[in-house]
Design a protein around this ligand. Structure first.
Ligand code: ATP
Length: 769
């Protein structure tokens, strides 16, 4: 096989793997852009047909010259080694190199090589005998050996495993001549050597896939499609016709209910855990955090997605590569790495979302309406970079509604209403094939069921599998604890970078604590109640937006390898840190106020047990954050969460037994589920524990001044007096069991467990529908 190197005025360009390279004036989406006004927008094209290279003049105004003679328009001319072509003022030199003898020689020697050395190491590191330079391959991944006249294959604890004829190998296994070993997208055979499956096979082959949602709604009618490697494909169709559904069936996010999808020949369902690492998917919403800088965004994404053995140096190299591949560092004055995502333009943000996906060097990239929020000028440079990615070997499937996007794509897949496939083929052929004048008319026709049915392209083969359970089994990340570490680190960074919000979070305890000091000129049990409610408020409100606000990021990372428990724990630990600082501030203010600012000589009448109060307020607040996280995981918009927060907080106030006593068994049962009740009770018991009640020697004058002398000298629990007399007579159900400070803690722990389980299932429900 021959490879072509093109030198444009000395600057080298490699011929793209998709077998096509367009030539045109700079800024018009050509693969080879020439900065000269005499060059037409679509000047020419270089193509490889059955291993032979041709150049064709696409009816340009100023032509293409070969060795001084203008070549005929619209006729392919074969390219020979060292041919010199002229286009306007530029010179193009073509260098052909034959690469096949080397590989054949390598293949023939493969078995001998193993026998000679005794073994071959396979892995990502250049020191291996067989190097597969891909992030999904472990540094030293596997070993092929020759012992006692037998060939063996052994996995060396790799992250993404080694497969023998499609089955994961667990122990050292015999290898026969007919066996195929697969590592990531590389195949190894004793007779044929190694090959990259991506270059040998169709990128996507969907055979008779169909999607029926659990509510029996048809998402996709049975269809088959084949998408060649390195193709740029547009997926179009009227609103609600099933574009996103098809995208999710092809990338495994929400698998088809019938049929089979093959990615480079590997079944998506059977190899999902490998394939998902080689698929990039950018949903309609950005999948990045606005508070982080571009570098940190890419750094954390790399830490969360690349194998654990990837060094920081490798990560930096990869970040540099994706930034340059997407042409992101155009401003020479300011390095984009140091700019916060929120300060970027819409187009740049979209490219950063794509950059996150490119870190794993995906072989296929799915983009759901990336151009919708962009202006025409941004679209042009955006699609030029995407097209370049496709030329360099990434297959791209892009959902779009914009007719002008079709100038950049190789193929279009058009869906009519109710998920019917109605067109697949080159973009230029689409409108004529519908016998209409423009794309708008195609949209309008394909919005009618009757017309769609006439054009429906039935699958060549029916889906030979029907799946009752559409969920694909997910594999755990390499290391749960490392995932937790990087999630906490990223979340902490997000919080610390959002200075305004951080300031407000810290201002809350100062303002509310200050108000308590202002309103109460002496310590009373209602102060304990207010401390409880404040703690719950801090916890709930800190957490309420934290999951719903980053749903697209959560969904995407979950599809990759995010573990739900690690995700919840990361949120919980950072929120707890905030709760701790808030509790320290709040208790300190209240403590100091009642100690020094009111009747200093009357030492029983202030908040006792400073440290334990901080501890208990912190405990209440981090328990409250679980309620907030539950709301955030269960509802799908921030607005809904903010509407529900007061509905959750009111029972904490009303059922705590402070504003009105607990008077019926039903109220008592309901009060069990409130942190308000256990918080006020716990704080009161803490007071009593810290300083057992004894009559205080105060003068009558003091008692008059204090006004609440009784309360000051009585047990806090007596003052609180949760239960109504009627209920005390009837018999108390819960209060009798959880009767003590430790028991109060126990009740809160039970609630914590309950809310943790609720959060877990709310998040799990988001997986696949
Ligand atoms: N999770 C789901 N459960 C039930 N029905 C669903 C679900 N998701 C999508 N659908 C339905 O499937 C059909 C196709 O939806 P889909 O979102 O794939 O369309 P679309 O072409 O991407 O729409 P748009 O252009 O508006 O983004 C719609 O009728 C939609 O209501």
């Amino acid at each position: 096989m021959e490879e072509l190197l093109i030198k444009l005025d000395g600057e080298p360009f490699t011929f793209p793997k998709n077998g096509k390279m367009t030539i045109g004036r700079i800024g018009h989406g050509a693969d080879l852009e020439i900065d000269d006004k005499k060059v037409s927008r679509q000047h020419g094209i270089i193509e490889r047909v059955e291993g032979v290279f041709f150049i064709k003049d696409l009816d340009s105004s100023n032509g293409i010259y070969l060795n001084g003679n203008r070549i005929p328009s619209m006729e392919p001319v074969q390219i020979s080694n060292n041919d010199i072509f002229n286009i306007a003022s530029k010179t193009l030199v073509f260098e052909l190199s034959d690469i096949s003898p080397k590989s054949t020689k390598g293949v023939l020697k493969f078995k001998d090589k193993i026998v000679k050395k005794g073994f071959l190491h396979i892995g990502r590191l250049p020191t291996n005998d067989i190097v597969f330079d891909d992030p999904t391959v472990t540094r030293i991944h596997a070993k092929i050996s020759h012992e006692n006249n037998v060939f063996w294959i052994e996995d060396l604890g790799s992250v993404n495993h080694t497969y023998l004829n499609g089955k994961k190998i667990k122990t050292k296994t015999k290898l026969r001549d007919s066996d195929i070993v697969t590592i990531s997208f590389y195949a190894i055979n004793l007779l044929e050597g190694t090959k990259d499956l991506r270059e040998e096979s169709i990128a996507i082959n969907a055979v008779g896939i169909q999607k029926i949602y659990p509510n029996n709604k048809i998402g996709l009618q049975s269809l088959s499609i084949e998408i060649p490697h390195s193709n740029f494909v547009a997926l179009m169709g009227p609103s609600g016709c099933g574009k996103s559904t098809l995208l999710k069936c092809l990338n495994g996010d929400n698998p088809a209910t019938a049929g089979e999808v093959f990615i480079h020949g590997l079944s998506l369902r059977e190899n999902f855990n490998l394939i998902k690492k080689k698929i990039g998917y950018v949903p309609q919403d950005d999948i990045i955090h606005k508070e982080l800088t571009v570098y940190k965004t890419l750094f954390y994404a790399a830490k969360l997605r690349l194998p654990d053995d990837t060094s920081n140096q490798e990560i930096d190299k990869r970040i540099d590569k994706v930034i340059s591949d997407l042409n992101l560092n155009q401003d020479k004055e300011k390095d984009i790495r140091n700019i916060k995502v929120r300060d970027l333009s819409g187009g740049q943000r979209k490219r950063i979302s794509i950059a996150v996906e490119l870190l794993t060097e995906p072989t296929i990239l799915f983009l759901d309406e990336p151009t919708s929020p962009l202006d025409p000028e941004t679209i042009e440079s955006f699609l030029t970079s995407i097209k370049r990615l496709a030329s360099n070997g990434t297959t791209i499937i892009m959902v779009t509604h914009k007719p002008e996007d079709l100038n950049y794509v190789d193929q279009v897949i058009f869906l009519g209403v109710q998920g019917h496939l109605v067109f697949k083929g080159p973009a230029v052929e689409m409108v004529p094939s519908f016998k209409v004048d423009n794309i708008v008319e195609v949209y309008s026709e394909m919005s009618h069921v009757d017309k769609v049915k006439d054009r429906y392209i039935k699958p060549t083969a029916l889906g030979y599998h029907k799946y009752a359970d559409t969920e694909i089994k997910r594999e755990k990340p390499d290391s749960l604890w490392l995932q937790l570490y990087w999630l906490i680190s990223r979340y902490l960074n997000i919080k610390l970078n959002d200075k305004e919000n951080l300031f407000l979070l810290l201002a809350q305890p100062i303002i509310i604590g200050g108000l308590v000091c202002l309103v109460f000129n002496q310590f009373r049990v209602s102060v304990l109640f207010l401390m409880t409610i404040s703690a719950i408020w801090f916890g709930v409100s800190n957490a309420a937006k934290e999951i719903v606000g980053e749903l697209p990021v959560y969904r995407r990372e979950r599809m990759f390898n995010l573990n739900i428990n690690m995700y919840i724990l990361s949120k919980w630990s950072v929120l707890s840190l905030i709760a701790l600082v808030q509790s320290i501030l709040f208790v300190t203010i209240v403590y100091l106020n009642f100690k020094y600012n009111t009747y200093a000589d009357f030492d029983e009448v202030y908040l006792r047990s400073f440290w334990k109060s901080i501890g208990f307020m912190f405990f209440l607040s981090f328990s409250g954050s679980l309620i907030g996280l539950w709301l955030s995981a269960s509802l799908n918009t921030t607005e809904k969460v903010m509407t529900v927060v007061p509905i959750i907080l009111m029972p904490q106030i009303m059922l705590a037994g402070v504003m009105t006593k607990i008077n019926t068994t039903l109220v008592e049962i309901l009060s069990f589920f409130t942190l308000g009740r256990w918080g006020t009770e716990g704080f009161s018991r803490l007071q009593d524990e810290a300083s057992p009640v004894h009559p205080v020697n105060v003068s009558e004058t003091q008692s008059v001044i204090v006004g609440q002398f009784e309360e000051a000298t009585m047990s806090a629990m007596n003052v609180l007096n949760l239960y109504d007399k009627n209920l005390t007579n009837e018999g108390i159900l819960i209060g009798g069991v959880f009767n003590g400070f430790d028991e109060n803690i126990m009740a809160i722990l039970i609630l914590n467990m309950l809310f943790y389980i609720l959060i877990y299932y709310a998040l799990k429900k988001k997986d696949s529908i």
